[in-house]
Design a protein around this ligand. Structure first.
Ligand SMILES: NC(=O)c1ccc[n+]([C@@H]2O[C@H](COP(=O)([O-])OP(=O)(O)OC[C@H]3O[C@@H](n4cnc5c(N)ncnc54)[C@H](O)[C@@H]3O)[C@@H](O)[C@H]2O)c1
Ligand SMILES: O=C(O)[C@H](O)[C@H](O)COP(=O)(O)O
Length: 375
């Protein structure tokens, strides 16, 4: 079996070498010639998989993207050509939710507010939005949910307009849908942006095109008071650099890039290929994840709600990502910063011990491991 895998996908040799010969490719410059005689294509979000790329793919039977988003894949073409397709739903949901929590705490610290005093609107309540909702609720934060396509799990849902006008924080977790009734491309256009309340915190870790970046720049240039947290941008990797000046925390589409999130993506493709080939999976994530720098933390009795911020930021502080893009974007470029993103762990890599039952429960809901019997 010949396997072609994106060079930015971790653990490909570890998971896939048993299946055959592996060749790595640059996700931005993959071309049709490279697909000749290839059986399995493993991509990330930056490769457009369509009729042009696959025009010479004479043997291709399996396409997997180690991502949640699928807007780069022409699934109709794959179905028509009898090519199996899978993505990795949920692989990096926890990472994105933790990115939002880290951002919120960083703004709370810099602007001197309590996260519990903010109402957070979540637009798109699928894998990521639901996990974020659980974590925010555990912290005592009120959430407003909007998802016209997902009215499940006994939640109260509001309309887009209600959420956008009532929330102090708006966090976007929709897929990119380019047209139709539930279109999300430019969901935040000039009109919506203009109507936002002053001082709203707008967080986008979904897809760049969900916010009209030119319209957003125009609003900010005319003095609109918004706190912007942007992980994703229109036209990556050639983003609208002028917008950066107005962004409180900017990053290079890495909200999902924890070690766990990326490795889970590879593992899900491995499991799908095993299933397709009637093989029992041999490996699991824990076989390959390194020990975290901080593995155990024992909390003392004085640990308070306020200390959760410090705990969260000891695992992941979004400001380190902002530092990277601010200092190095123009020198190194967007893709270089993504490829060389420092190792980041999820809260679950850290085990917490506390004698306070309520606190232990809250931290468990936030995603930390608990290592005493008080769980
Ligand atoms: N920044 C990153 O690193 C990163 C990482 C992972 C995923 N993502 C992006 O986040 C998106 C969401 O991920 P997910 O796993 O939660 O996906 P998901 O499919 O589980 O959830 C998306 C939710 O959005 C809802 N939705 C669709 N159209 C909507 C609309 N018009 N208004 C409101 N809700 C709408 C859907 O019903 C669904 O429940 C992905 O599609 C991907 O584009 C980004
Ligand atoms: O959709 C996703 O899962 C994410 O956006 C994913 O993390 C994108 O990152 P990439 O595949 O480009 O590394």
């Amino acid at each position: 079996m010949r396997i072609l895998a994106d060079q930015n996908m971790p653990l490909v040799d570890e998971y896939f070498s048993g299946f055959g010969e592996i060749t790595r490719f640059d996700g931005r410059s993959l071309n049709a010639e490279q697909l000749i005689d290839v059986d399995v294509l493993l991509t990330r979000s930056i490769t457009q998989v369509n009729d042009v790329l696959l025009s010479k793919a004479n043997k291709l039977k399996f396409v997997g993207t180690a991502t949640i988003g699928t807007d780069h894949i022409d699934q109709t073409y794959l179905t028509k050509n009898d090519i199996f397709f899978t993505n990795a739903p949920g692989c990096n949901s926890v990472a994105v939710a933790e990115y939002v929590i880290s951002s919120l705490y960083a703004l709370a610290q810099e602007d001197d507010f309590l996260v519990q005093d903010k109402v957070v609107g979540i637009i798109g309540v699928g894998n990521i939005g639901s996990i974020l909702n659980t974590k925010l609720t555990a912290l005592g934060i009120t959430t407003l949910l909007c998802d016209p396509l997902n009215q499940s799990n006994n939640q109260e849902y509001l309309t887009f307009d209600q959420v956008v006008h009532q929330a102090d924080v708006i966090s976007l977790h929709v897929p990119l849908i380019k047209d139709g009734q539930y279109k999300t491309k430019h969901m935040f256009n000039e009109v919506v942006l203009q109507a936002l309340k002053d001082n709203v915190i707008l967080i986008n870790a979904s897809r760049g095109d969900v916010i009209d970046n030119q319209a957003l720049l125009k609003q900010m240039q005319t003095g609109k008071a918004l706190s912007l947290v942007l992980d994703v941008w229109e036209n990556e990797p050639n983003i609208l650099v002028e917008l950066m000046d107005y962004v409180r925390f900017a990053s290079v589409h890495i909200a999902g890039h924890t070690l766990e999130g990326k490795a889970r993506g590879t593992q899900m493709l491995y499991q799908a290929l095993c299933l397709e080939n009637n093989q029992e999976p041999k490996y699991q994530l824990s076989d390959f994840l390194p020990q975290p720098v901080i593995a155990n933390i024992k909390l003392n009795n004085n640990f308070s709600n306020q200390d959760i911020r410090a705990l969260v930021h000891s695992i992941y502080d979004v400001r380190s990502d902002h530092g990277l893009i601010s200092n190095q974007l123009m020198i190194k470029g967007f893709d270089f910063l993504r490829k060389n993103y420092p190792a980041r762990r999820e809260f679950s890599a850290v085990s917490i011990s506390s004698s306070n039952k309520l606190q232990t429960k809250q931290l468990a809901q936030l995603g930390f491991e608990i290592y005493n019997e008080e769980k």
